[in-house]
Design a binder for this molecule. Sequence first.
Ligand code: ATP
Ligand code: GNG
Length: 269
Amino acid sequence: MRPLLPLRLRRAAAGALPRCFGKARRGGSAWRLSIEGNIAVGKSTFLRLLGKTFPEWQMATEPVAKWQKVQASSTRETSSSQNFGNLLQMVYQEPSRWSYTFQTYSCMSRLKAQLEPLSEKLLKTPDPVQIFERSVYSDRYIFAKNLFELGHLTEIEWTIYQDLHTFLLQEFGDRTALHGFLYLQATPEKCLERLHRRGRPEEKAIQLEYLEQLHTQHENWLVKKTTEVHFENLRNAPVFVLNVNHDFEDDPAEQEELMRKVKAFIKTL
Ligand SMILES: Nc1ncnc2c1ncn2[C@@H]1O[C@H](COP(=O)(O)OP(=O)(O)OP(=O)(O)O)[C@@H](O)[C@H]1O
Ligand SMILES: Nc1nc(=O)c2ncn([C@H]3C[C@H](O)[C@@H](CO)O3)c2[nH]1
């Protein structure tokens, strides 16, 4: 495994002072964070709030629509109109058949999102920040790991997935690295309540037990740090835990407080 310097050391080596927020733009870079959290905890809602509060930041939503309608990527010769199916529905209906396919596809779509160049607008911003909804890391250390532990990924599938994941992340190294994580934390019961309220058809059969398993995976990776991770920069990345059990959607004071906390966290990076 090629050793990767922790990102903050690489920034320091390149002359950028990691504690100085204003220097983040040197070398055309931005502060890169991922929002992590259980299904329906409120990541998209939180991302929209961040977008409203900090319109100059660049946000990358989770590409759920692509998973719900898998299409061939278009080339000059082919049109991308053919729909090959709803992979999200397929993985929930038949997890042992479709988990490997899903994780390969979701990992690739997250990798593409993390490799997107900074927008012109962001490049003109003095303190550029990019926020991703989940990451190539949650793909492996939350979902794929959980599916393997549940027996939906076989030993051989899990081995190949991990091999591919490690290879891709080592190859793209710096370009996929994140400076920190915003972990939206709520009880699995609260997530189930929100999941039912949202009513996404593919998720109808999700039971509390699945959300409990995913909650444990998040806690082990981001809070207890007992999950074995394979990337030096990931081991050292700061995690900011935000308790979002409280329904903040109609509470502007709570929203303001959450946004203030995020800004303060970024200033510590
Ligand atoms: N803090 C909150 N208070 C009240 N309702 C919320 C809150 N956050 C989210 N919701 C509601 O919960 C539901 C799920 O939220 P959202 O779609 O943002 O979750 P998510 O974490 O992005 O889900 P997924 O894991 O599927 O991507 C939505 O109906 C949303 O309106
Ligand atoms: N199996 C599986 N692996 C993933 O990496 C993954 N990421 C998200 N999801 C599911 C959760 C929501 O239903 C829906 C939107 O987040 O997609 C995933 N499911």
